[in-house]
Design a protein around this ligand. Structure first.
Ligand code: ATP
Ligand code: MG
Length: 233
């Protein structure tokens, strides 16, 4: 699925302070594209991901996903749209601590229309031997793989990823990025990935740079690399 932002502005008001987190952003993300979003802290990356995915409303402007204007939906419609089409991973793994790996992934599968099997997706992220473990018995990289499996088991059309490798070492980070790359290549899943690490840009089709709530540069990457080939910066 593609995403289109037209004149999207987001203003946060807290007491007397107004923060313009996004200013009149126009951007089109194509179906099946891998987009890496770069920019300094506070530049509006998470805000952009949140409004693109319907987790938050823009203050003005239009967001269209695959011909559906999501910025016009009510919260019930949005919840259904997200559940049917979108997957999320964040820097914090947000796993349910009292559930095993397998049960955490089952939670992601429950509500979906045409899911993978739990076993098949756990295999894909390399966690078959850890299926019965609980989150506290796993390394950070393994926990992030569970959170990917939980997001992906329902075959999302778009994966939104907010610094998914922020807490991981190089080796684990590349594995996580490899899983996203496989998904993109096998199922044409659109991937929108926020990172602080510019070297991750080599896996993108396009790198979008944000500064002060504005898109300041879009770089087309002609020479896409495997996640395993990233030279870690
Ligand atoms: N809920 C909120 N209420 C008020 N201001 C907010 C809120 N969320 C974000 N902001 C402000 O909006 C601006 C953009 O924040 P955002 O979280 O999008 O930045 P970011 O690029 O994701 O930064 P980081 O790399 O540190 O995660 C910042 O100035 C931030 O303080
Ligand atoms: Mg952020």
């Amino acid at each position: 699925m593609g995403i289109k932002l037209e004149k999207v502005t987001k203003i946060y008001s807290t007491g007397e302070v107004e923060t313009v987190a996004l200013k009149n952003v126009d951007l089109e993300i194509n179906d099946g594209e891998v987009i890496v979003l770069l920019g300094p802290s506070g530049s509006g990356k998470s805000t952009m991901l949140n409004v693109c995915s319907g987790l938050d409303n823009p203050s003005s402007g239009t967001i269209t996903i695959d011909n559906e204007v999501i910025s016009g939906m009510n919260s019930r419609q949005l919840t259904k749209f997200r559940r049917d089409n979108l997957g999320f991973i964040f820097q914090q793994y947000n796993l349910l601590q009292t559930l095993s790996v397998k049960e955490n992934v089952e939670v992601g599968r429950e509500v979906s229309l045409d899911p993978f099997t739990v076993e098949e997706i756990i295999e894909k992220v390399g966690l078959t031997p850890n299926m019965k473990k609980y989150p506290y018995q796993l390394s950070g990289g393994e926990q992030q793989r569970v959170s990917i499996a939980r997001a992906v088991v329902k075959k999302p059309k778009i994966m939104f990823c907010d610094e998914p490798t922020g807490a991981l070492d190089e080796e684990n980070a590349k594995e996580i990025l490899g899983v996203l790359q496989d998904l993109n290549e096998t199922y044409n899943t659109t991937v929108v990935l926020i990172t602080h690490n510019p070297s991750i840009g080599v896996i993108a089709d396009r790198i979008v740079k944000l500064n002060n709530g504005e898109v300041v540069e879009i770089i087309i990457n002609e020479n896409k690399k495997r996640a395993s080939e990233i030279i870690w910066g």
